[in-house]
Design a protein around this ligand. Sequence first.
Ligand code: NAD
Length: 357
Amino acid sequence: MSRVESGRSLTRIAVVGAGSIGREHVRRIVGSSSCELASITDSTESTAALADDLGVTHYASLAELLANDRPDGVVIATPNQLHVEHATACIEAGLPILLEKPVADSAARAEQLLAVAEAAGAVVLTGHHRTHSPHVRVAVEAVRSGLLGQVVGVTGTALFCKPDDYFAQAWRREPGGGPILLNLIHEVHSLRMLCGEIVAVEAVTANQARGFAVEDTAAIILVFASGALGTFLLSDSAGSGRSWEQTSGENPHYASYPDEDCYHVAGTLGSLSVPTMRVSRIADPVARSWFEPMERSTLEVVPADPLALQLEHFGAVVRGEVEPLCTLRDGVMNVRIVEAIHESAATGRRIELGLVP
Ligand SMILES: NC(=O)c1ccc[n+]([C@@H]2O[C@H](COP(=O)([O-])OP(=O)(O)OC[C@H]3O[C@@H](n4cnc5c(N)ncnc54)[C@H](O)[C@@H]3O)[C@@H](O)[C@H]2O)c1
């Protein structure tokens, strides 16, 4: 039964997979005024202790949870390889889900899941939490409002330095363990939010910084459906803070460089740097020219924790008040694009992306 607080019942959310991100979800649910933690599912002993501390039921498997309880919604934060299996089980049980990214460990499996979810009319929010970032939302609103005119291009960076001990695990030194598959998917989603659908990609990779079989650096070209173009530079071996986490300050675990940007969106009438939110705008659209000085301003953002905002949104989705802002279809497209970038780097070919079936 749901607990009632201030006259309304709390939305009961179960968390499946209580590793690093699962515990972040648990923390936000416990701190929420609209949701309550229904249970925690994970096979580890430390999770049983956590559930005990929090006074909620612990389950060792999703099957056990589904056999014993009917939460209002389920957060799936298990390893990538289990996403399709766990999401399918919740969909079959008729439960709304918040599914962590990537929605599957391959584009083919992601599309299978999409078919299952759409046939069932399932309610799925994909866990690209930057969807809820106040910086991203203000930037998207600015672009959509026409402030920049017609978008001609975007340039982005995810330049950061993973510590050497991160690579102690052998799989992180091998193809598939690098920043294209592990880190780029968030950037792809943000760039799609800012500039629309991506229809083709090209990429080149290098591994000279660390010398492992896997890439440490990638340069990527993006073609948007609108005709806009994008470039993106990714490296996990760079002495640079030009990454989302380090510039936005949204994740306190990382060192912060709030005066640096990681995205620059350029339109026919102006440009926006994110997350400093500095705008340059052509004052006279008729006489526009690089000889004329542009007007400078800064868009206001009220910072907030995107994971907490995502949870509140999930609660509203579960209660049927709103539609998911980041759909399963978005999650599938992001996996397809990252896979295409990987394929382009491996083959040296430009990869055209069709629409999600
Ligand atoms: N949104 C984000 O920014 C973000 C950040 C980190 C991770 N993630 C995603 O979240 C997922 C989990 O990543 P993580 O870093 O927390 O991994 P993790 O390894 O720290 O945690 C995974 C947890 O799942 C548990 N688990 C494994 N098999 C299980 C099963 N059959 N049933 C229940 N629990 C099981 C493990 O015991 C572990 O506690 C991944 O898909 C990852 O891509 C998203």
